[in-house]
Design a protein around this ligand. Structure first.
Ligand code: ZN
Length: 705
């Protein structure tokens, strides 16, 4: 536990009779961070904190220096004579170069999101773009590829992680078009560059899209008063201006507006955002992606994209979603029928139907009336420090770790915290994490884990231990009242800190396999698994207590109601997820140069078939930017959810449940430590001790008993 250092000092002060102890006590305390670094050296590891750039000039200098170093290192590979090539100066050297670039880019990412200086943030944004533009071009360096091929042609006998590095590096080159004849390779390179530009334009249009809707008070009946009275919303005597592009505004109306016409107007407005600009762009993107995939020898872009993920091909992803869609049918039907009953009761219309603009409203009504859920009343049980200490205690226990707070030599904000992580049994230093927990202007506005220094075996044989940061936006403490977390935030912090564990506990040799560098359709699974901890009464009782009277624990009924109400709309929730996933895969398998005009009708058809029918003459696909960004990857949410539920059973079937250290240590060994250094399917089976199963997931979402 992180406070055990304090307990240790307290113990020493009671042992005043012991002169040796006295001597230690009076000696000026050594710098704990320096001591940690010294201890790391004994384990042939290195613990270093990065130097953070604090001026725009420093940011620019970093990028120029990184690019120059990268170019020089690539030149070194390119200049190798055929007789000189070996594994170290080709494949491994490329990983070292990628590590150098990654290190700079990770740090600049964090600076972009956390710096208190706007000029520094802007410089970081520009620097990241410069770095990523440069790195795309490096794939096409003929001289480097020649050296790589020369070594590959010797058909070396390698094993394990070295073999995987060898195979996947060659795979990357193949996927970039490097083993095609020169003229075809040039076409692929051109398509890739065009795609980058088109995708950026698409995303920008999504960000820029706005639609202001004016309503009267009567039209907004049911929408909470304290929301409507906010600045910028009440714009006239009886005029309220809401933005269809602001999620919060959209949800407030869809969840609460009693008038169906109001909900419909808001939805239709959102479903037409960015339509004029983005439908033509989307056609171009999909046609180019399809052409690129074909030139590279794939049947579709979805096959190209999924090759490097767990799922391996589009057909497996589609089957997974279709099966789930079928499995959810009875529960989905029952949920819609329950919503319909509420609508009949409210409107008096016996033939009432549930439309796409109705489901959020009736799901919300159901929560309020049937389950009587007021999630806000849970906040008093989650004072920030208690949650953090409680979570740390659990993670330290199950993963066999010790966290200790140390003073950060440099702080980008005053209340920044830094912790060391060691193995609790051996004391071996494993890494460091920062905590930047409260909102401020210009800061990243969600919750996320940022990798800063990734783990890697350095060329000199020492292991570079990782450093990461948790960047959150908890409610700040008020005078006389601590920061009180919502249950949602508790779940989120368990999730994000899981990513930190993934980063820190890595033992992979190469940076491309270390930490959270695992297939995209797996990376969320361990953290999604850990979200279960926030729903377990025993776990919560180990730390959650009313801040005014810590003898009061969370009442079981409230937690049960919350669980029941979540389960009550799971069918609707997942059918909606699946509609996005299937739309994404359909577009990326079925759109070619000859049928680009079908993009919009096909999208609407899939959405309507899997979830509630979308109104005619809407174009939601133009606005769901992240679906394009994921590029045949949206299925990954449900895919990882299924793995997470399966993985959770290892703890659930263990003697100590979510506190089971044996299960935790197995997770540390088989999942976190290996990362992507071996096939993730093998790692999951080793952790489970059996083949994977979808049953735990179906059970969790109420499909299977
Ligand atoms: Zn996550």
């Amino acid at each position: 536990m992180f406070w055990s250092r304090l307990a240790f000092i307290a113990l020493l002060t009671t042992l005043t009779g012991c002169s040796t102890m006295q001597k230690i006590w009076h000696r000026p305390p050594a710098d704990p961070l320096a001591a940690f670094q010294e201890r790391a050296a004994k384990y042939h590891s290195v613990v270093t904190l990065p130097t953070f750039e604090t001026t725009p000039e420093a940011v620019n200098a970093t990028v120029d220096k990184t690019i120059a170093e990268g170019n020089a290192a690539l030149d070194g590979i390119g200049q190798l004579r055929p007789t000189e090539v070996n594994f170290h100066n080709t494949f491994r050297q490329l990983d070292d170069i990628a590590y150098l670039i990654q290190g700079a880019s990770d740090r600049l990412d964090l600076i972009e999101q956390t710096s208190t200086n706007a000029a520094v943030r802007d410089a970081a944004t520009a620097a990241i773009k410069k770095l990523s533009d440069w790195s795309v071009g490096t794939d096409y360096r003929e001289d480097v590829y020649t050296a790589i091929k020369t070594y590959a042609d010797t058909q070396p006998s390698l094993e394990g992680e070295d073999q995987k590095l060898f195979d996947e590096t060659l795979r990357d080159y193949r996927r970039a078009g490097l083993d095609l004849p020169k003229d075809e390779r040039d076409i692929v390179e051109k398509l890739r560059k065009e795609l980058t530009a088109l995708e950026t334009d698409f995303e920008e249009n999504v960000t820029k899209a706005t639609n202001y809707l004016k309503f009267t008070k009567a039209e907004l009946e049911g929408v909470p008063e304290d929301f409507l009275s906010q600045e910028g919303i009440k714009t006239g005597d009886d005029e309220y201006t809401l933005k269809a592009n602001v999620t919060f505004h959209y949800i407030m109306v869809e969840d609460n507006a009693r008038r169906e016409a109001t909900r419909k107007r808001m939805l239709v407005a959102q479903y037409n955002l960015a339509r004029q600009e983005n439908i033509p762009l989307l056609q171009k993107i999909l046609v180019r992606r399809d052409e690129m995939a074909h030139r590279l020898g794939y049947a579709s872009y979805a096959d190209y994209a999924t090759e490097v993920r767990m799922v391996k091909n589009a057909a497996t992803a589609i089957t997974f979603l279709e099966d789930l869609k079928k499995g959810l049918q009875p529960k989905y039907d029952a949920e819609l029928e329950e919503f319909r009953h509420l609508k009949v009761k409210e409107t008096g219309d016996l033939d009432a139907k549930i439309n796409i603009w109705d489901w959020r409203y009736y799901a919300n009504q159901l929560k309020k009336t049937k389950y009587n859920v007021d999630a806000e009343q849970l906040r008093v049980y989650f004072p920030y420090q208690r949650v953090l200490d409680g979570m740390f205690a659990i993670y330290q226990h199950i993963f066999g770790l010790k966290f200790e707070r140390v003073e950060a030599p440099y702080k980008w904000i005053g209340d920044l915290q830094l912790y060391t992580v060691s193995d609790s049994k051996t004391g071996q230093p494993l890494g460091l994490f920062y905590l930047d927990m409260f909102p401020r202007d210009g800061k990243y506005n969600h919750f996320a884990q940022f990798g800063i220094v990734e783990g890697k075996l350095l060329p000199d044989g020492r292991y570079q231990r990782p450093v990461c940061a948790l960047v959150c936006n908890f409610p700040p403490p008020q005078p006389g009242k601590p920061s009180l977390l919502s249950h949602d935030e508790v779940e989120t912090v368990f999730h994000e800190f899981g990513h930190a564990m993934h980063t820190i506990l890595t033992q992979a040799k190469y940076s491309r396999f270390s930490g959270t560098s695992v297939p995209e359709d797996f990376v969320e699974a361990p953290s999604q698994m850990l979200e279960n901890w926030a729903w377990d009464k025993t776990v919560l009782d180990s730390f959650a207590a009313d801040y005014r009277d810590p003898s009061k624990k969370i009442p079981k009924e409230i937690l049960d109601q919350l669980k029941a109400s979540r389960l009550a709309t799971m069918g609707t929730y997942y059918r909606r997820q699946l509609s996005f996933g299937l739309m994404d895969l359909t577009l990326h398998t079925q759109i070619h140069a000859t049928n680009a005009d079908d993009v919009l009708p096909l999208s609407n058809q899939v959405l309507s078939d899997v979830s509630l029918p979308v109104p005619p003459d809407t174009a939601f696909v133009a606005y769901v930017g992240h679906i394009i960004g994921y590029g045949a990857g949206y299925y990954g949410y449900a895919w990882a959810d299924a793995i997470a539920a399966d993985m959770a059973t290892v703890f659930e079937n263990s003697p100590h449940g979510y506190f089971d250290k044996k299960a935790g240590m197995r997770m540390r060994r088989e999942i976190y430590a290996v990362g992507d250094s071996r096939d993730i399917n093998i790692s999951i089976e080793k952790f489970l001790g059996r083949p994977r199963s979808i049953q735990p997931f179906l059970k969790k979402i109420g499909v299977d008993k």
